[in-house]
Structures are given as C-alpha cells and as structure tokens.
Design a protein around this ligand. Structure first.
Ligand SMILES: [Mg+2]
Length: 292
C-alpha cells in the first residue's frame, strides 16, 4: 500500500458511495420501456411494499417502504416490477470490485452503499474528490448506472453529504464546515432517531442539531422508550478511542454521533477505524459546554 506520509492534510478521507435509486435504475437499464416512467420495485399485491422507486415515481411521493396500495393511490400510473435480487447482487459485486481498485478499507452498508476509507489508497491520490469522481465514472462505464458520493472525515457526515447532490452528483464537506452542517440537520437524520422519536423530540422543541445540543439531555428512555445507541445514546464517551489521525481531527470535530461499525460482511479487524467521537456526546452536553 502506498505511504501516506507527506500527504497533505491530517484528516481521514471517507467517501460514502450510494447508487441512485438502485433497484429501480437496474430495471430501467435492463428494460428500456421502463425508462422515463414511474417504476416501483416490489409487489403490487394488497400487502406488498415498495422496495425501491424510480425518480419519476418519487416525484409522486412514492418512496421505499411505502405500502404498494398507498403508492398506487399516489401514482396511478405506477408500474410495479418484481425484484431481481440476483441481478442486483451481481451489480453490487461489480461496484465492490471498483471500490477495491482504490482501497482495502470498504464497509458495505447494503447492496448499493458503502463507506470507503481512502486516506491511504492504492493510487496514492492525496485528495478524495478526484477519487470519488473516478469511482463514479467507472461505475457508470461498467454498469451503466449512476452513483452519488459524499466526502468527509467521518462516516456520519460522509453519508449525509452523498444526499446533497443526488442523483449523479457528489458533495464534499470540509472539516471546518462540519459543525455548521450538523447544526442544520433535522434530528430525524441522526442515527437512532426514527420518525416516532423525531416527533417526540419535536414536541420537546428539539428540531435540529444545535437545539439537540443545547437542550437538557432527556434520557433516552423518556424520548424513545428504549435505549438508542446514536444521538440520544446513554453511553457517554466511547471506550473505543479513535486512532491517532482521527483523534487529532476530533479535537475540532463536530459532536457527531457515529454509526457503529457493524457490517457482517466486513471481516473482523478490517472494519474502518473506530470513527468519531463519543456517541451520546450531543445529548449529554448542555448549555455553553456544548459549544463547538
Ligand atoms: Mg442508494
């Protein structure tokens, strides 16, 4: 692996790559008659659920996890397509091969999403932006499909960033932009905050990153009724301290919860760095102590 010594910048470089409307895009790729049409991958039967929706369908409010009956009501023209998971898995293997051309540190989240740590990468490219561009171009060339990417020095904001210029775009959050980015995020974007918890937090006046930091820490059980390991976690400081480059970065880092490293497909010992600071820190800090 090429050395990273002398590479500018001391932050980790994480790219979150996310295929655009993956299952639906594969179907539109393979069946041209579906292109430009509202497509839902999933069963149309009474108890069916949308697994993925094309962008044309999303324009009608059709989303994954929506009951198919509701989806059809929102979009009467909606075309239901039976999932072909063998094909999606094959495409997923293709994109992972492309990732592996750049780094060994790959943490897949699902068939169509992964975190890549490119701090040290096989080409010795010192900046993440052109690496993300290269990867997205290769994905397009090999699979015919578009991907979006987000870049930051931890996984949480890299994932948020990949949403910014979707579809077929990428977005970089620079280290100094991180705190402001977190402050603007709705609480429902934080891991561990589902729709019900978000609604309860909203009733408590906690709507965005900064309000969650400034608020008195509600116990996780009072909000969600169960321990949530993310933003409203009750654990306090992580005992798994970051390794040195991250430790250095975290001194000025936003108090961002970090998703746990838990991918069954990531072999033990190869999971990415024990990223960012202190899960639960946002909820635990109060008042002026919370300032970035
Ligand atoms: Mg996706």
């Amino acid at each position: 692996m090429p050395p990273t010594q002398g590479v500018p910048g001391s932050y980790r470089k994480i790219i979150h790559v996310d295929m655009d409307a993956f299952y639906a895009s594969v179907e539109q790729r393979d069946y041209p008659e579906l292109r430009g049409k509202p497509v839902a991958v999933g069963g149309s039967a009474a108890r069916g659920v949308v697994a993925a929706a094309s962008y044309e369908a999303r324009a009608f409010g059709v989303r994954s996890a929506l009951p198919s009956v509701t989806a059809k009501r929102k979009c009467p023209e909606l075309i239901f397509v039976t999932p072909r998971f063998d094909v999606y898995r094959a495409v997923s293997a293709q994109i992972r091969e492309i990732f592996a051309e750049h780094t060994d540190l790959i943490e897949p989240l699902s068939l169509d999403e992964a975190y890549l740590d490119v701090t040290s990468n096989h080409q010795g490219i010192p900046v993440a932006t052109p690496i993300a561009e290269l990867i997205r171009a290769k994905i397009k060339a090999v699979t015919g499909l578009s991907a979006s990417a987000g870049i930051y020095y931890n996984k949480f904001l890299a994932k948020m960033a990949s949403d910014q210029n979707k579809p077929n775009g990428q977005f970089v959050i620079t280290p100094h932009q991180g705190p402001a980015f977190v402050e603007a995020l709705p609480v429902k974007k934080f891991r561990g905050v589902g729709p019900a918890t978000a609604a309860r937090m909203q009733r408590l006046g906690i709507e965005r990153g900064p309000t969650s930091r400034q608020s008195r820490s509600p116990s996780s059980s009072s909000i969600s009724g169960k321990p949530a390991p993310g933003i409203i976690g009750s654990r306090g400081r992580s005992t798994r301290g970051p390794s040195s480059p991250t430790a250095r970065a975290s001194r000025s880092a936003p108090r961002t919860p970090s998703p746990p490293i838990s991918s069954s497909s990531t072999p033990r010992g190869r999971s990415l760095y024990h990223s960012l600071p202190r899960s639960g820190a946002i909820a635990r800090r109060t008042g002026s102590a919370a300032g970035p």
